[in-house]
Design a protein around this ligand. Structure first.
Ligand code: ADP
Ligand code: MG
Length: 262
C-alpha cells in the first residue's frame, strides 16, 4: 500500500525554454492535483508540447523547476523519470509494430532492470514465471476492458490510428504510473473510440493514476477534466474548471474565440 502524499502530483515553477530567438515556454507555472484530470489547452504554438517535453525529460529546460511528488526531476533523462512513475504519450501513438497487441500491453511492464518477460517464461525460476503469468492474465483483462480482445494476436503495426491509441491507453493501464501526460490523444480518433478513451481516463483515475491531458477537442476536455490550465505564448493565462473559462475574456481572445470560428 502506498502512503498518501500531501500536495500535487506535479508542480511546475518558472519553466522556461528558448529555441534561438523563440521563447517556446516562458516562466510557466502550474500544478496538477493528485487523483484528478488536469486539462492543458491553448492555441497551436502555445508551448504545450514543449512543456511536456521539459517535464518528461525529452528536452532540457533553460530554467525552472519541475516537482513530481515533491521531488525535483528537471534535467533527469526520460527513462529515469518514467521509472519514478511519470510517463507521457506523443502526438502520434508509438507501439512495437512487429509485436502483437497482447505483447505490446505485457511489455508495458517491462523493466530494463530485470530479466525480460519471455526469458522468464522459458527459463528462469518459478517466482519469475508466476509473476509473468500474472502479468499475462492482467494484460488480457485490460484488453477485455478496452474492447481489444479480438485484436489480441494482431500485430500492432497493422491497427488503425485510433486502435493504436487505444492500445497505448491499455499499455498505460498496465504500466500503472502515478502520473500520465497525454499529448492530443484524440487526434484522428473517431467518436466511438473517443468515448472509450474518456472511459479509459476515468479508469486511470480509479486505479490511482493522475492525468494531464493536452487536447483541442473541447467537448472531450469538458467531459474528462476536473481542472483546466490555459497556455498562450509559453505561459499560463488562466485556469479553473472548464465551465468557468468560457466567459474568461483572455481565454476567449487567445483561444476559445478561434475555436468557435473554426
Ligand atoms: P503547442 O504544442 O502548444 O502547439 P509547441 O510546444 O509545439 O506548441 O511550440 C511552441 C513554440 O516553440 C512554437 O513557436 C514552435 O514553433 C516552437 N518550437 C517548438 N519546438 C521547436 C524546436 N525544436 N525548434 C525550434 N522551435 C520550436
Ligand atoms: Mg503540441
Amino acid at each position: 500500500m502506498t502512503t498518501p502524499t500531501a500536495g500535487p502530483a506535479l508542480e511546475v515553477r518558472g519553466l522556461t525554454k528558448r529555441f534561438g530567438g523563440v521563447i517556446a515556454v516562458d516562466a510557466c507555472s502550474f500544478e496538477a492535483p493528485l487523483g484528478q484530470v488536469t486539462g492543458l489547452i491553448g492555441p497551436n504554438g502555445a508551448g504545450k508540447s514543449t512543456a511536456i517535453d521539459l517535464i518528461s525529460g525529452f528536452k532540457l529546460p533553460d530554467s525552472g523547476t519541475v516537482l513530481f511528488k515533491g521531488r525535483e526531476i528537471q534535467g533527469l533523462p526520460p527513462h529515469q523519470i518514467s521509472r519514478l512513475g511519470l510517463i507521457r504519450t506523443f502526438q502520434s501513438p508509438r507501439e512495437w509494430p512487429g509485436l502483437t497487441v497482447l505483447e505490446n500491453v505485457v511489455m508495458a511492464r517491462w523493466d530494463p532492470g530485470r530479466e525480460g518477460l519471455f526469458s522468464g517464461l522459458v527459463g528462469l525460476g518459478r517466482a519469475h514465471r508466476v509473476k509473468a503469468e500474472d502479468e499475462l492474465i492482467q494484460a488480457r483483462e485490460i484488453l477485455d476492458e478496452f474492447g481489444l480482445s479480438a485484436l489480441r494476436n494482431e500485430r500492432a503495426g497493422n491497427l488503425s490510428g485510433g486502435q493504436k491509441r487505444l492500445v497505448e491507453f491499455a499499455r498505460i493501464r498496465m504500466a500503472a504510473p502515478e502520473l500520465v501526460i497525454l499529448d492530443e490523444p484524440m487526434g484522428g480518433v473517431n467518436p466511438v473510440l473517443g468515448e472509450r478513451m474518456a472511459l479509459a481516463i476515468e479508469g486511470f483515475i480509479a486505479s490511482g493514476t493522475s492525468v494531464i491531458v493536452v487536447e483541442h477537442n473541447l467537448p472531450f476536455i469538458e467531459r474528462v477534466t476536473h481542472h483546466v490550465i490555459v497556455m498562450a505564448q509559453g505561459t499560463v493565462i488562466a485556469e479553473g474548471p472548464f465551465e468557468s473559462l468560457r466567459s474568461n475574456a483572455d481565454v476567449v481572445d487567445a483561444y476559445l474565440g478561434e475555436q468557435v470560428r473554426q
